[in-house]
Design a protein around this ligand. Structure first.
Ligand code: 5RP
Length: 235
């Protein structure tokens, strides 16, 4: 396992300390939170942890089934206790860019229904200003080039339709992903989120503002737990 992969594993496993029996747990998507799902499966099998999970993607659903995390539909739950998910970037205000894995819509719905959000990340994800990672935006296939043009003119940057070979990447919801290449300039993600969501054709944007309570951050020097002072898990 290379060093970055080892950091992802450390963060993913360390975040499981926030999960206790009886919880309803949102299960994020990606190569870091994968280790959280695997560890939860181990604790269920070996330690009798009693939880149910709600997956944020078909990929996570398959993984949870494989490692033995029982799943329920979000509509069966009045709320979730916690969601654990990855991020592509986070800033010092605990605002996030997500959607690198094209799961941002389900991730945001699950985060919205959760009483707390824990992000698992390695140190490459911590930034001063969001935007070096191209901002993912889920858009409708209908007239998607017009939506991309609107986004490009709003953000004054290049916006590409994410491709897989010759075809647009299709999300679990049957939509496309536009990636906005703004560079590290998104110093007001709250206003930007509102403006992007006004564009017809936009389904959701991968800015997760005021949602994250804790980042479990794996660095080469060890795992740190960063607590959002304005969040729901601060003392
Ligand atoms: C998927 C996501 C992921 O959580 C994000 O891309 C981080 O993934 P990884 O842990 O693989 O870097 O938002 O839509």
């Amino acid at each position: 396992m290379d060093r970055v992969e080892a950091l992802k594993q450390q963060a993913g496993i360390a975040a499981c300390k926030f999960v206790t029996s009886g919880m309803k747990v949102g299960l994020g998507t990606g190569s870091t939170v994968k280790y959280t799902v695997i560890e939860l499966g181990r604790r269920i099998a070996e330690e009798g942890l009693a939880i149910v999970g709600v997956p944020t993607s078909l990929a996570t659903e398959q993984l949870a089934n494989k490692v033995g995390v029982p799943l329920v539909e979000l509509s069966e739950c009045s709320h979730l206790d916690i969601v654990i998910d990855g991020a592509d970037e986070f800033d010092s205000n605990f605002n996030l860019i997500k959607g690198g894995g094209a799961a941002l819509v389900r991730e945001k719905i699950v985060a919205q229904e959760s009483h707390s959000m824990v992000v698992v990340a390695d140190e490459r994800k911590m930034v001063d200003v969001l935007g070096a990672f191209p901002l993912p935006i889920e858009i409708t296939p209908f007239s998607y080039q017009a939506t991309i043009n609107q986004l490009s003119s709003l953000m004054n940057c290049r916006v590409n339709c994410r491709m897989s070979g010759d075809n647009p990447v299709t999300t679990d919801n049957g939509n496309y992903i536009a990636d906005a290449h703004c560079g590290p300039t998104l110093s007001n993600p709250i206003e930007l989120e509102i403006a992007i969501l006004k564009i017809a054709g936009v389904v959701q944007v991968g800015l997760f503002n005021n949602m994250c309570d804790v980042v479990v951050l794996a660095k080469h020097s060890g795992v740190e737990v960063l607590t959002n002072p304005d969040g729901r898990l601060s003392d």
